[in-house]
Ligand binder design. Structure first.
Ligand code: F6P
Length: 373
């Protein structure tokens, strides 16, 4: 019996999504003789039944393209803004799945998508996910596609900022994506030779960072590069933020949840200008002029690296092998040169943080990089 596959991309985009769509598509159509249909803009497009035909022509020439030909959104089935209200559209999604006679829905996404996909699996849909994100924070996979490309972009930025920081005897604070986790800032900081690297997992003391910069100045190096993850947090702010996050997690009633979320939003809004504040503090403490560069969406756009194309293609084709065996409710994880099907319930609602004893952390310390602690 021919199998019918639906596919969507959800959450923030990243390089390698098209390579993965192509990997799933080419193997499904050409190797296994399955049928494939794309859904636009993540779960919103699925709910609204907006489809895209994915035939050989559509799948051709997309391997090297950044972004996703399907479009994406951060919408969640159980909390979808519709007509000015936020409603649960899971039933509509379940109906659409059956209307299209799907055997499986393949969801390409990061941490949020794994959670949403698992919810749909709990509603009885056959789901397979692939792990994508420049943040590299999906657990139980060696790596996510998108990360390698973003790592190169961020590293090149740190390289380029060195010469201008050196010429002007300045501190340049470069903000690298990573709201909850610091893999990208840590990796690019090490690869680019940043003098300080600040990540969410290691709350920092600004005095420590200033000490490191002053000590460089004393040795005649009157410039410094500080790589800071967007979610890096000062020691004095960490308790309040964690308490607010804890309240949201523990809220039992709707009212408690609304008030806890409002408090958390406020804390996060205060945190939004953190990198600018940090640069000002460092300028004051060291006497060196400071500048900020926020890399932002540059890190998510553009052509995927060879490693990301290879990984996305491997995971995409492995996904069709699982479909051919009827193995559902799993994420296709990268394990060395191989892949592994890991149950969605083991992946959903968890993030892969940088462990304090990780070898990258030790490496940074060994080469004298200040981690702010
Ligand atoms: O893709 C993950 C990520 O890059 C985070 O590092 C960042 O905080 C977030 O996306 C921002 O994306 P958006 O503005 O698209 O929600």
């Amino acid at each position: 019996m021919t199998k019918y596959i639906g596919i969507l991309t959800s959450g923030g985009d990243c390089p390698g999504l098209n390579a993965a769509i192509r990997g799933v598509g080419k193997a499904a159509l050409g190797f296994y003789g399955m049928q494939l249909i794309g859904f636009r803009d993540g779960f919103r497009g699925f709910m609204e039944n907006r489809t895209m035909e994915l035939d050989g022509d559509m799948l051709s020439g997309i391997l090297t393209q950044g972004g996703t030909i399907l479009g994406t959104s951060r919408d969640k089935p159980h909390r979808m803004p519709v007509g000015g209200k936020v409603i649960d559209v899971t039933d509509v999604i379940v109906d659409n799945y059956h209307t299209h006679h799907l055997d499986v829905l393949v969801c390409l996404g990061g941490g949020g998508t794994q959670k949403n996909a698992y919810r749909l699996a709990q509603r009885g849909l056959n789901i397979i996910t692939l792990p994508k994100t420049i943040d590299n924070d999906v657990i139980l996979t060696d790596v996510t596609f998108g990360f390698d490309t973003a790592l190169s972009v961020a590293t090149e930025a740190v390289d380029r900022l060195h010469s201008t920081a050196h010429s002007h005897h300045r501190i340049i604070v470069v903000e690298i994506m990573g709201n909850k986790v610091g893999w990208l800032a840590l990796g690019a900081g090490i690869a680019g030779g940043a003098d300080a690297i600040l990540i969410p997992e290691i709350p920092y003391d600004v005095e420590r960072v200033a000490d490191a910069i002053r000590s460089r100045s004393h040795k005649g190096k009157r410039f410094s590069l500080v790589a800071v993850a967007e979610g890096a947090i000062a020691k004095q702010d960490v308790l309040a933020l964690r308490a607010a996050e804890g309240k949201v997690a523990k809220a039992k009633t709707r009212a408690a949840q609304v008030s806890a979320e409002a408090e958390l939003d406020q804390r996060e809004a205060q945190h939004a200008g953190n990198t600018m504040r940090l640069a000002k503090q460092l300028e004051k403490l060291t006497g060196l002029e400071s500048r900020v560069t926020i890399l932002g969406y540059l890190q998510r756009g553009g052509t995927p690296s060879a490693a990301d194309r290879l990984l996305a293609t491997r995971l995409g084709t492995a996904c069709t092998d699982l479909i051919s065996k009827g193995r559902y409710g799993v994420m296709v994880a990268a394990r060395g040169d191989d892949t592994k099907a890991v149950p969605l319930e083991d992946v959903a609602r968890k993030l892969k943080f940088v462990p304090p004893d990780h070898s990258w952390v030790a490496t940074a310390r060994r080469v004298g990089t200040c981690l702010g602690d």
